[in-house]
Ligand binder design. Structure first.
Ligand code: A3D
Length: 320
């Protein structure tokens, strides 16, 4: 059987890291697309030359032509502009919306059967816009944010408790950004929920609050340290986990920005919720019971996503 084809739209920091991870994990052949001439070709060649050392087989092709993504099984979109220190994700909306128009046209024409994972910020609005532009089935377009946000939460908690990251599971709901909702009730160490760990004196309520806030600010912390550009290793790893679940029909339960059609009382928006990703795409949205406080936080997050989508509709009225 021929290898799967994974198209990466945007060959910058995340795009290049994705290509490398996919090659090392032998997930499929890679087409790395960017508008900058030579750069995706150079990165692809460099990564291809690393694979004999790794002992893995994958073809990598850098390109400036959309025709090369033809027939891709998975498309991961990172095209656009990242944040600079002091900028919010929402400041990127207008410029990245224009990029989504070009990218969406390319996907619609050459890869309409692909599973599309959007990473470009502001995430919850860009994945909505991309889906409107491509017209692909809703369950075949998804946004990457929750896997990253929960990975950050897991890392901070594992560090705090001095246990393996493997044994910490975390649960994050809502939009990607300051309004994300880390659910401590469903976040566990080897199955022990955080509220129980507070009772066991592993952590105080106040300290947990600080870790939750650090998780919310996780992206900004990296932007501040890097001075130019934003995080790319963890975002790439997160998108690869989603692509792998689709390509291998793993049916992993992952928090993703998924299209809601009445679930959680929300209609017509992409918002971060737990979903099952299988070979069918987003096979199921998992609707969990929320306490009134959690529900209020979630709805605040939904409102901010709605605000961004409304801004997209104002800028590009054809989208609505
Ligand atoms: P960067 O290294 O700048 O790469 C973006 C690439 O997009 C560049 O190589 C550009 O040349 C290319 N590009 C620009 N316009 C177009 C176009 N019209 N068509 C094709 N390619 C184009 O950024 P990055 O890789 O660090 O980040 C990419 C995006 O991901 C940004 O919008 C970030 O804000 C976003 N991001 C999201 C998360 C989430 O968790 C959702 C995390 C980190 C970054």
């Amino acid at each position: 059987m021929a290898r799967k084809k994974i198209a990466l739209i945007g060959g910058g920091m995340i795009g290049g890291t994705l290509a490398h991870l996919i090659g090392v994990k032998e997930l499929g052949d890679v087409v790395l697309f960017d508008i900058v001439e030579g750069m995706p070709q150079g990165k692809s060649l460099d990564i291809a030359e690393s694979l004999p050392v790794e002992g893995t087989d994958a073809q990598l092709k850098g390109t400036n032509e959309y025709v090369d993504i033809r027939g891709a099984d998975v498309v991961i979109v990172t095209a656009g502009v990242p944040r600079k220190p002091g900028m919010s994700r929402d400041d990127l909306l207008e410029v990245n919306l224009k990029v989504m128009e070009q990218v969406g046209a390319g996907i619609k024409k050459y890869a309409p059967d692909a599973f599309v994972i959007c990473i470009t910020n502001p995430l919850d609005a860009m994945v909505w816009a991309l889906n409107q532009i491509t017209g692909l089935p809703r369950h075949m377009t998804v946004g990457m944010a929750g896997v990253l946000d929960s990975a950050r939460f897991r890392y901070f908690l594992a560090e705090e408790f001095d246990v393996s990251v493997e044994d910490v599971t975390a649960f994050v709901l809502g939009g990607h950004g300051d309004t994300m909702v880390p659910l401590t009730r469903y976040t566990t160490v080897a199955g022990i929920p955080l509220p129980d760990l507070i009772k066991m004196h592993w952590i105080t309520h106040e300290r947990l609050g600080e870790i939750v806030q650090r998780t919310r600010d996780g992206g900004a912390e990296i932007v501040g340290l890097l001075k130019s550009g934003s995080a790319y290793y963890a975002p790439a790893a997160s998108a690869v986990a989603m692509a792998e679940s689709y390509l291998k029909d793993k049916k992993r339960v992952l928090p993703c920005a998924a299209y809601l059609n009445g679930e959680y009382g929300v209609k017509g928006l992409y918002v971060g919720v737990p979903v099952v990703i299988s070979a069918k795409g987003v096979e199921r949205v998992i609707e969990i019971d929320l306490t009134s406080g959690e529900r209020a936080d979630f709805m605040r997050s939904v409102e901010s996503v709605q605000g961004l989508v409304d801004a997209c509709k104002r800028i590009a009225p054809g989208l609505g």
